[in-house]
Design a protein around this ligand. Sequence first.
Ligand code: VG1
Ligand code: CO
Length: 544
Amino acid sequence: MNIKTIASSPYNDQKPGTSGLRKKVTIFQQRHYLANFVQSIFNSLDDCQGKCLVLGGDGRYYNREAIQIIIKIAAANGFHELIIGQGGLLSTPAASHLIRKNKAYGGLILSASHNPGGATEDFGIKYNISNGGPAPEKYTEDFFKHSLEISEYKIAEINDIDLDKLADFEIEGLKIRVIDPVTDYAQLMASIFDFDLLKQSISSNYITLCFDAMHAITGPYAKRILEEMLGAPVGTVINGEPLEDFGGGHPDPNLVHAKELAQLMFNDNAPVFAAASDGDGDRNMILGANIFVTPSDSLAIMVANSHYIPSFAKGINGVARSMPTSQAVDRVAAAYNLPCFETPTGWKFFGNLLDADKITICGEESFGSGSNHVREKDGLWAVLFWLNLIAKKRQSVIEIVHEHWQRFGRDIYSRHDYEAVDSNVANEIFKHLRQLLPTLKEKIFGDYAVDYADEFSYQDPIDNSISDQQGIRIGFKNGSRIVFRLSGTGTVGATLRIYLEKFVKDSSSHQQKPQQALAELIKLAEKFSEIKQRTGLLEPTVIT
Ligand code: VG1
Ligand code: CO
């Protein structure tokens, strides 16, 4: 194989965020930009000689071009085998599974997840390690370091490969397998859930459903699993064709961006169940007739009912949630005597706990949940979990949720995002909050007496690594919390997130509307952070 060495010089902005490197497509299209980053990853890893790499993405604009470039750089760096999803497609959880199943060295996943796609929108790339999970911080810091020092990259002089034909072939000693992106993942799902019961429940119309793939990666997965394997009527999956620009939409499954689905579910003719997933298939939004299940509640409910799912029937080891996720799951863990871990935002922090069998199920408030079956959050897994629960418990979504609140109380929850804020203003807001923290101790604001006010720092219980500055927390004696964080996935300016949570034990107050129930906390959040005042924004950009 002929290998060329191309001289290059560093870009200074290739620092991976919460989930890989995300930038505008136009940034990735700069000369040698993608090649530099990929070479930096390979330089940082131990020897790539003779190793296997999984490769695929969510199909967004620039996916195909990027894959062809990466194939050539991987070949030049000595990889011996490449496993690529047909059409260049792989959902994030499916890629994680393929890495594990094939004992690959790692994988490159091309996606900017829930960010919009298209020529002027976002692209992203993420490296996953051999456990199938996102590279932990010690890796991503090293990728960045290498990217600042890069002076050349290696590229093989081979032709573009045909990504559309399923095939196994060899190019001068390099094995390439273009595989069906869905088959292995679908088999994995069938091994976790009770597919016979689901088939019966769907064919008897006990469960009627709608799944919105938002023109992103889960279309082919959901069609195969829900329609072909489980027998749901054709048309159950809407927006099922992956498009390079996601049909102009924002592939973020929440009530704002999956509006069509929300309207369907708050209607007299609503089906029993509806769900949506994001750009790369790792998020989920769960809806029942006349109810939206917050992701934090969904996590708690899944844990509380996990024994109904065949693969968890023998029990689970423990649970984890990201820090800003509501404490609903903590209540379940306490009742079931399960260890419960609080990690920083981002799936990479669950990897060690899952590998060490400390936890079995984990999740985030940002529409993400998953288990030890892969090392990523998994949108369709959560959907199948809920369908399995409905079928087994013979209860509707609303009944399951209300029963849960009756038993454990309700953590009323909302997140307010302020997007595209000037980065200097955002940094000033955090500086101001840090200064405020020591003055808040023991202060009382109406019904809210401050219990603690700090900046979250995490020490990984397995490798003892420390991650500082993971969000500012103000906890109150009544269990309520306000958390402030800066997003690590945006591509324009800074995104400020405020997470609001109020615990209500008494079931007579469970039916409150979140924004009303949280009104006092929303006011306090502004009083502490001065976000509206300092940014000039009158309202959050997105409320979920
Ligand atoms: C957001 C979410 C976080 C999630 C991350 C990746 O990060 O808050 O919980 O893990 O996106 O999700 P941030 O830093 O913007 O708050 V996704 O579906 O990329 O893959
Ligand atoms: Co995602």
